[in-house]
Design a protein around this ligand. Structure first.
Ligand code: S5P
Length: 270
């Protein structure tokens, strides 16, 4: 069955990556394909929001390097609290690091520095500009961690004038095909080609129920278009929710819109 018409539950028993199976299963259980993007300058505000938004989301996406930590102790306290919330509310943590260097460098960046991303982020992502060595470097670090880790490759971006998509996305897909146990899927604007036995989980940013853009190149689409028509699996929503007057009610609106688009899509295939 094609991943476009199979249910998340069906895919949760067959997905090639351990983390993909975990993710699809919790999405099915919680009835959510919403990833919240927490681009806020305050660690305590992020934790506060996650505790109230937790039931509505399948993934929490961070940019750890925009937070004003004063030392390694602060960072460890924050990532420890993130992990506790992820366990409490049953969601995964995605550090949107967008690695973009040679294998040897990204290996040091993923495993080391002050953030030690591989220790606490279930998922991270990478650009494919450097070629497949970037995946090898990240994979070496992931293999040293006790828990499953997975990678998303950026095939296509949401922003205006992006150099991704088209031939770039096709080449990115070829790189992923060599790494089916570590590369869980893609950041793209819609489904990628799935050959027999493949099941790429696609996460899509640039989602908003009202606005079309942000004045800095971001371009928005609706959950219906992204999940229903273009076949993506997970919507990534930032300012549409964290900038709203009532983030909990708004997150539920996005969760419902994303979920209904998914249900319609899978029903269409039966
Ligand atoms: O193509 C992309 C890829 C990503 S990961 N376009 C994006 O906007 N992102 C990220 O998604 C971006 O870094 C930001 O964290 C989020 C979108 O936030 P929003 O506030 O525009 O919904």
């Amino acid at each position: 069955m094609s991943p476009l018409t199979a249910t998340y539950l069906q895919r949760s028993s067959t997905h090639p990556t351990a983390l993909g199976r975990t993710l699809l299963s919790l999405m099915s259980r919680k009835r959510t394909n919403l990833c919240i993007s927490l681009d806020l300058p305050s660690p305590s505000e992020i934790l506060r929001l996650l505790d109230i938004l937790g039931p509505s989301i399948c993934v929490a996406k961070t940019h750890i390097d925009i937070l004003p930590f004063s030392g390694a102790g602060d960072i460890a306290a924050f990532t420890g609290a993130l992990a506790a919330l992820a366990a409490k509310h049953d969601f995964l943590i995605f550090e949107d690091r967008k690695f973009a260097d040679i294998g040897s460098t990204v290996k040091a960046q993923y495993g080391g520095g002050v953030y030690r991303i591989a220790q606490w982020a279930h998922i991270t992502n990478a650009h494919t500009v450097p070629g497949p060595g970037i995946i090898d470097g990240l994979k070496e670090v992931a293999a040293t961690v006790a828990h499953p880790r997975a990678l998303l490759l950026l095939a296509e971006m949401s922003s205006k004038g992006s150099l991704g998509g088209g031939e770039y996305a096709a080449k990115t897909l070829e790189m992923a095909r060599g790494e089916k146990e570590f590369v869980m899927g893609f950041i793209a604007q819609g489904a990628m080609e799935n050959r027999e036995g493949e099941d790429w989980i696609v996460m899509t940013p640039g989602v908003d129920l009202g606005r079309k853009g942000d004045g800095l190149g971001q371009q928005y689409n609706t959950p219906e278009r992204i999940v229903g028509e273009k076949g993506s699996d997970i919507i990534i929503v930032g300012r549409g929710i964290i900038g709203a007057a009532d983030p909990v009610t708004t997150a539920e609106e996005y969760r419902k819109a994303g979920w209904e688009a998914y249900e319609k899509r899978v029903a269409g295939g039966n």
